[in-house]
Write a protein that binds this ligand. Structure first.
Ligand code: NAI
Length: 777
């Protein structure tokens, strides 16, 4: 059956644009600036220039940041309820302007009106309502936190208004003010949103919108007045931002690219799964970071499924985004269209078979199915950000998992089977921040969204999203113990003239005492001269330790109860040797009382994390009527921990225990100056049944070892306590695989005191996987 055209009336937007025919300036300090040097804003569906927006200068960014800074104390002082009232008002006004916003977004971006009307705009309103609620209750629910201050927020063009709401709603709820930059292809809905802020009487300077290209984005990233940055966009730019912000102390969350698997098992409802593909990759023309871009289908049904999919692809209507029966609209910009064409041509040249539906002339691209595609092909590995999906058959569930995880990304996954056991088994094994079971591309403000691996870090939405906009209260400036002298190498275990030296501690790798690769040791000084030798570890030792840790993956699958048992055992064994540890610490110069207190803290810390091992758990969010969303904290994987100089026992355990309690395996670099408190633990670890490879210890030069950990792709998270320069290096070098870092200046915290443990450590040691499970319908 043919449909006639059903065009949406766009006069509401045409009139709005006409009334602003001189183009747009920025929205700074509660008012629009006059247009400056402008760039054209085009409707990609028609090629027509519909408006002009201003390319921000450095002075514009300065003015916006200054306005946000001035407004922030007053905004925070309004209190949760005061802020909630404004957020509710914004939500209501978004609803009142829903049709206008839907049409504007469709014209500016090219996406079908059906989607902006039914998905984007309702979700925008939902985000403001949800976060109005968070503003109301944050002081009770997230005590002991404060807003960051001024947030810099950079959003992409694929969901311009929705991404804006994901960023602005939680930031405002938490008491921050913002400077947001929309993408240069799609600035209009952000500017319309600025109008809504003015309409509801939001205090001047709380929301500032500056327009411009990547240069403007870079100016926001580099601005000293920005306390926290939130970015959504390409992994490439995310990496640049990670490097640029290294060592600045700015908070950072990155929501980056993906190449998400869409797994169809033989017993799936194939018709439903085919509709799922439509929503996974043809929704928004495939310009979706969590698009199901790789279909993996069970061999037994591959032919039937592909036939159904081909038939469905042929029915998709590509064309005028404002036509209510259009399924796929325009690609956002000719540059993006060229990129898609180029990638598909490369795939074709590699031998992939390309099948396509119809698309009109212009900035449109047809729905595309790619078969006969090698897992190493550019089409299997690169984020295309277009309506192009690959299809590969698999034999067993294990093959499916291997293929699903064969990517550097980890944003989302979709799993289709009528067997719920199978779905949940696979959900546990895929490396993705969001898993949809028998559904795809479902979003809600009440559930976190964000990725594993090179898809970035941090979550948007839900409790995790809120916490990203809050920080622990600032600490007094540390009394620096940051810089450390290079340890002086000396030959292995050669006797030295100092009578106090009794032995050379080796490294601890894969459950074994290992000689350092260098063959050298360094002297460990006590208060009365040298007290021993420690192995001088190097990058080879770190690599061996990471390998050993990688092999100990079973630890992450052990139950919390299992891990708790082992940590209790560790506590007991440490207790039994308390006197020896106290002597060791006293030898470093601590008073006897302080040494005993540190050992007592260390023992208690083992008990505390043992207690938490089976209690720090996730949540069930009631997101949509037919779903619940399980928010599961999962270990990061292999973590590097570079420990504080002071409190060499309690400080070491402060980092190692929360990491292993949550199922991570660690490569630990103990206090460079007093490593023997950690090396004395080898026996305790061995007698406590900690599996080989779960805790690996490499002594030696702190920053050189930290650098190797930071650059290692097998390390998923890295905590570093050291010098500010070391912290900057760790953050910069971690950009390669976008590992999650947590850095602090040595001396900023009392590691043997209350500050040395808590839930914050457990959250940092985990990442939330949000699993959408059908429920109740
Ligand atoms: P992009 O990452 O360059 O742009 C996203 C935002 O970052 C825009 O607002 C842009 O102006 C800004 N930006 C660019 N360079 C910057 C810098 N150095 N510092 C700060 N901000 C900067 O993405 P682009 O070029 O629009 O698209 C290229 C590819 O990136 C797409 O084909 C797609 O594969 C991917 N992409 C992924 C997105 C996602 O949500 N995962 C969103 C947009 C693009």
């Amino acid at each position: 059956m043919e449909y006639g055209p059903a065009p949406e009336d766009s006069s509401i937007v045409r009139n709005w644009l006409e009334a602003r025919s001189g183009g747009f300036g920025h929205f700074i300090d509660g008012a629009f600036t006059p247009p400056g040097t402008t760039f054209a804003v085009d409707n990609p569906a028609t090629g027509e220039t519909i408006s002009q927006a201003t390319q921000s200068s450095a002075a514009d960014v300065d003015a916006a940041v200054a306005a946000a800074r001035r407004a922030q104390p007053g905004w925070a002082a309004l209190g949760g309820h005061g802020r909630a009232r404004y957020l509710y008002a914004i939500a209501r006004h978004v609803q009142q302007h829903a049709r206008f916003l839907a049409v504007l977004e469709s014209i500016d971006n090219g996406k079908p009106i059906r989607e902006t009307r039914d998905i984007d705009v309702p979700l925008v309103a939902r985000h403001f309502y949800h976060h109005a609620g968070w503003a109301e209750i944050a002081a009770d629910e997230l005590p002991g936190t404060e807003p960051w201050g001024v947030c810099g927020q950079i959003v992409p063009w694929n969901f311009p208004l929705l991404m804006l709401s994901w960023k602005i709603a939680p930031a405002l709820a938490a008491g921050n003010t913002v400077v947001l930059k929309p993408a240069e292809y799609t600035p209009l809905s952000a500017l319309a949103f600025a109008g809504i802020c003015a309409e509801v009487g939001l205090p001047a300077g709380v929301v500032n919108i500056v327009t411009g290209d990547g240069e403007t984005g870079a100016a926001i990233v580099a601005h000293e007045g920005i306390d926290k940055l939130a970015f959504t966009g390409s992994t490439e730019v995310g990496r640049i931002i990670r490097r640029e912000t290294a060592g600045t102390g700015k908070g950072l969350t990155l929501e980056l690219g993906g190449k998400s698997p869409f797994v169809v098992f033989a017993d799936a409802d194939l018709d439903a799964a085919v509709e799922g593909v439509v929503d996974a990759i043809w929704f928004n023309q495939g310009q979706v970071c969590c698009a199901g871009a790789r279909i993996l289908v069970a061999e037994a049904v591959v032919e039937r499924f592909t036939a159904l999919l081909r038939a469905r692809m042929a029915t998709l209507r590509v064309g005028d985004p404002l036509d209510k029966s259009t399924d796929m609209g325009a690609i956002v910009h000719p540059v993006q269209l060229a990129r898609i064409r180029d990638l598909v041509a490369q795939g074709k040249a590699e031998g992939a078979v390309i099948e396509q539906g119809d698309a009109p002339q212009g900035c449109f691209y047809p729905p595309t199915l790619v078969t006969n595609v090698d897992p190493a092909s550019v089409l299997s590995t690169e984020e295309i950000f277009g309506p192009v999906v690959t299809l590969t058959a698999f034999r067993t569930p294990a093959d499916a998992v291997e293929l699903a995880n064969n990517t550097r990304y980890g944003l989302a996954a979709s799993i289709w089977s009528e067997n719920v056991n199978l779905c949940l088994d696979i959900a546990a094994q895929v490396k993705a921040g969001v898993v949809w079971i028998n559904c795809t591309n479902v979003f809600d403000a009440g559930a976190g969204f964000g990725g594993y691996r090179e898809s970035g870090f941090g979550r948007e939405g839900g409790r995790e999203g809120m916490t990203a906009y809050l920080r622990a209260p600032r600490r007094a400036a540390p009394q620096g113990v940051g810089d450390l002298p290079e340890p002086v190498a000396q030959p292995g275990e050669a006797p030295t003239q100092s009578g106090g030296i009794d032995r050379t501690a080796k490294l601890f790798v894969g459950g074994r005492h290992a000689r350092p690769d260098s063959g050298y040791s360094y002297t460990v000084e006590g208060s009365k001269g040298p007290v021993g030798l420690a192995g001088l570890g190097n990058r080879k030792d770190i690599r061996n330790a990471v390998e050993a840790a990688s092999k100990a993956g079973g630890w992450g699958k052990a139950t919390g109860h299992n891990r708790a048992q082992i940590l209790y055992y560790l506590a007991e064994n440490l207790s039994a040797r308390a006197a020896g540890f106290a002597d060791r610490l006293a030898g470093f110069g601590a008073t006897q009382a302080a040494a005993e207190a540190e050992v007592e803290t260390a023992i208690r810390r083992c008990f505390w994390y043992a207690a938490q091992a089976d209690k720090f758990d996730g949540a069930v969010h009631q997101t949509k009527s037919a779903h619940v969303t399980l928010a599961m904290p999962e270990p990061l994987g292999v973590m590097g921990v570079v420990c504080p100089t002071r409190a060499p026992l309690a400080g070491f355990l402060a980092l190692v225990l929360p990491a292993i309690a949550m199922g991570n395996r660690v490569v630990a670099v103990p206090s460079q100056t007093h490593p023997l408190a950690a090396t004395d633990l080898y026996q305790v670890l061995e007698t406590s049944d900690v599996p080989a490879g779960v805790v690996n210890i490499v002594t030696g030069p702190r920053d050189a070892l930290a650098a190797t950990l930071a650059g290692h792709d097998g390390v998923a998270g890295l905590w570093y306590v050291g010098s500010p320069e070391g912290a900057a290096m760790v953050e910069r070098e971690s950009a390669g695989n976008l590992k999650q870092t947590w850095t602090e200046t040595d001396g900023a915290r009392d590691w043997s005191g209350h500050e040395g443990q808590g839930r914050a450590f457990l959250s940092r040691a985990t990442q939330i996987k949000n699993i959408w499970v059908p429920y109740g319908e």
